[in-house]
Design a protein around this ligand. Structure first.
Ligand SMILES: C[S@@+](CC[C@H](N)C(=O)[O-])C[C@H]1O[C@@H](n2cnc3c(N)ncnc32)[C@H](O)[C@@H]1O
Length: 401
């Protein structure tokens, strides 16, 4: 059977052919299960179709061109397998690979993020997670999900069950229920703690208990406690990028969940105790195009004055090499750069460059970013700080896997 025809047997709606192909190539090379295993799509048939397409050579070895395209590295036995949901550009993936994990499935539906992900990791993510049948996902030890925060229906309250239907969290829960990985790491904005007055957090944790997962918060408190008590108990799950050597004031909640009573308590990584400095991520000779215009600069200053008069926040944030940290880089940074401006003495301040944005999220300097700066800032702003994930991944590996 031809490759295209074989792909149609399993390809979910909203995913690209390349998602299936790259996943198969990696599974073939790594010796693990692949997406959409069925009698129709056997290993033998995949191998034949990949040879037919020139992705594999006639002897079954991966061609040098495909090795490059799919980022194939010498085979090593993985210490654990993980899946990367709401993958963005793969910040979570980098952190878990660092500790010997191999990614066996990824999903991300934004086209530009998919491209950046493919260029850097050699895996083209599957698309919309709501269209993916969990049974087709390969077995894994760890599920990673930095998912968008959505409100849950309050209807479930009366029935005494957590009602998560129609949300992306529901899709995560269904995968956990079907695949039963040992560990799930749910990452979100710190605001998840207070979202819908704590009801969102409570619903997530209650559903996790229903599925047999535990976390650092006692099961009885999750079931019987008030949203306020849960908010309080979950505060220690909030980690700061500056504690892991990155000069950015970014706080995110990392909910670590595990099943089968492997441990009673997860020890979150300790702050490294490093004094951060913005100068460490700045480029020596940034291009002049990052300097903001007179119009934009005067607009920022006017807004700041107005905000001060109205007793509102501070407006733009300006840093220099000696500052300890910047504000949080957000997905909207491309608009006017107001949250992080770099002082340039007598000149107007400048925006940070794509390389500085990458460093501010702990990405390596050789990370290939998108051709359009709008997407570069969106993608890094949406991502996680890799150093923080690395630290969490290390503890998960040591304590739970
Ligand atoms: C906060 S970002 C996660 C970033 C990622 N953890 C990283 O390290 O780069 C959330 C991502 O979820 C994606 N997303 C939202 N809904 C989705 C869906 N239904 N299916 C797949 N991806 C989705 C968004 O496009 C966005 O890139």
């Amino acid at each position: 059977m031809e490759l295209k025809q074989l792909i149609q047997e399993v390809k979910p709606e909203g995913s690209e052919d390349e998602a299936v192909i790259s996943q198969w190539v990696h599974a073939y090379h790594g010796g693990f299960k692949y997406f959409g295993q069925s009698r129709k799509v056997t290993r033998v048939k995949i191998k034949k179709a990949l040879i037919g397409e020139g992705i594999l050579k006639a002897d079954g070895k991966i061609s040098p061109k495909s090795k490059k395209k799919y980022g194939i590295k010498p085979r090593k036995a993985p210490k654990f397998k993980f899946i990367d949901l709401f993958a963005g550009i793969g910040g979570m993936r980098l952190g878990f690979q660092e500790h010997g994990g191999v990614c066996v499935f990824s999903s991300e539906f934004e086209k530009n993020a998919q491209e950046t992900y493919f260029e850097n990791h050699g895996d083209f993510p599957f698309g919309d997670i709501t269209k993916i049948n969990p049974t087709a996902i390969p077995d894994h030890d760890v599920l990673l999900a930095g998912f968008p925060c959505q409100p849950f229906s309050h209807a479930g309250l009366k029935l005494g069950i957590a009602d998560t239907r129609g949300t992306l969290f529901h899709d995560i829960a269904t995968i956990l229920e079907t695949k039963k990985p040992k560990v799930a790491l749910l990452e979100n904005v710190k605001g998840l703690l207070s979202h819908d007055k704590g009801f969102t957090l409570q619903t997530i944790l209650q559903r996790m208990v229903q599925l047999g997962y535990q976390c650092n918060i006692d099961k009885t408190l999750i079931i019987n406690g008030s949203p306020r008590q849960l908010q309080e108990a979950a505060k220690h799950m909030v980690l700061r990028s500056i504690d892991f050597g990155v000069p950015q004031n970014r706080q995110r909640i990392f909910i670590v969940l595990w099943r089968d009573k492997k441990i009673h308590h997860f020890k979150y990584p300790e702050p490294l105790g490093i004094q951060t400095r913005v100068g460490d991520i700045l480029e020596d000779n940034p291009q002049q195009k990052y300097t903001i215009s007179d119009k934009l600069w005067s607009g920022h200053r006017k807004r700041k004055d107005q905000n001060r008069i109205n007793g509102k926040g501070f407006g733009f944030g300006i840093v220099n090499a000696e500052s300890k940290y910047t504000n949080t880089i957000s997905a909207r940074y491309y608009k006017d750069g107001s949250e992080i401006l770099v002082d340039q003495g007598g000149l107007n301040p400048r925006k940070i460059t794509p390389l500085e944005a990458a460093r501010l999220q702990g990405f390596p300097d050789d990370f290939i970013w998108n051709k359009s700066n709008v997407h570069v800032y969106k993608q890094f702003g949406n991502s996680v700080t890799v150093n923080v994930v690395k630290a969490v991944a290390e503890e998960i590996y040591k304590q739970i896997l």
